[in-house]
Design a protein around this ligand. Structure first.
Ligand SMILES: *Cc1c(COP(=O)(O)O)cnc(C)c1O
Length: 252
């Protein structure tokens, strides 16, 4: 099925502002990549789709594809997975990720939905995902979530090799899960240097654990959102997760 953004998006005016916001995000991303000697096109732009309609998501995907970008969609609520089966989104070939806090009783839905799960933040989540992937006869890529900011509201393993290496080693030994990197939500502050320290820390930690375990498949760093994507790209993000800077402020 071919899909044209102009046909199905909420309206051409909304579409024009979506395109303007999206191009601004791409300009920010490319400028940061250039400062870091990287190519912005190698960085996956994951659309954080919570609270967004299939039409909005489909329009953003179409725009990113027409700009020759690596795109993924990331849902963070198990209750919203069903909307991705909408005809506007089904079978569009866009990789689907899960980025939100996981509950063990939702592991089956998440395994069915996502090819990459960003938010393994506790041992029992790894157990539940592994069991569900085994039962479904599939293999899933996962990222280990790390709490680099120390903020209590955020999930994740402590940002030390002592805390992260054991869970990565446990995932490396799994036949149904494959650890491919680390994920974090940056510090919630306007202090850029604090944000940079927390994102830089994720990269150092990834390098340290990769070397310690000889886990060459730890290639990904999922970090950077609407407010801190430049810093994340400068610090080595391979996937940035962007919602409001593209779709506009979330509906209340
Ligand atoms: C919502 C969300 C994002 C995107 O946040 P914005 O600030 O809207 O870009 C990224 N990561 C996770 C885990 C999210 O829940």
């Amino acid at each position: 099925m071919t899909f044209r953004a102009d046909d199905t998006a909420p309206g051409s005016e909304q579409n024009a502002s979506l395109a303007a916001r999206l191009d601004e995000v791409l300009a920010r991303l490319d400028a940061a990549a250039e400062r870091a000697g990287r190519d912005g096109r190698e960085i996956t732009l994951l659309l954080a789709t919570k609270m967004r309609t299939p039409a909005e998501i489909a329009a953003a995907i179409e725009l990113l594809r027409s700009r020759d970008r690596r795109v993924a969609v990331g849902e963070n609520r198990a209750q919203e997975i069903a909307k991705h089966a909408d005809p506007l989104l089904a079978d569009n070939g866009v990789p689907r990720h899960f980025i939100g806090r996981l509950q063990t009783n939702k592991a089956r839905d998440v395994v069915a939905f996502a090819e990459l799960i960003h938010s393994v933040d506790r041992e029992d989540i790894a157990d539940a995902l592994e069991r569900r992937a085994e039962l479904a006869g599939v293999r899933r890529d996962v990222l280990v979530q790390v709490n680099t900011s120390g903020e209590e509201s955020k999930g994740g393993f402590a940002p030390t090799a002592e805390a992260v290496a054991p869970i990565v080693a446990r995932l490396c030994a799994s036949s149904s899960l494959r650890p491919v990197g680390l994920m974090t939500i940056g510090a919630n502050t306007s202090d850029d240097e604090a944000v940079r320290a927390s994102l830089h820390g994720l990269r150092t930690l990834r390098d340290e654990v990769r070397e310690q375990l000889g886990a060459s498949e730890l290639t990904h760093l999922s970090m950077g959102m609407s407010g801190d994507l430049e810093i994340a790209v400068e610090e080595g993000a391979t996937i940035v997760r962007v919602g409001s800077a593209i779709f506009g402020a979330r509906p209340a």
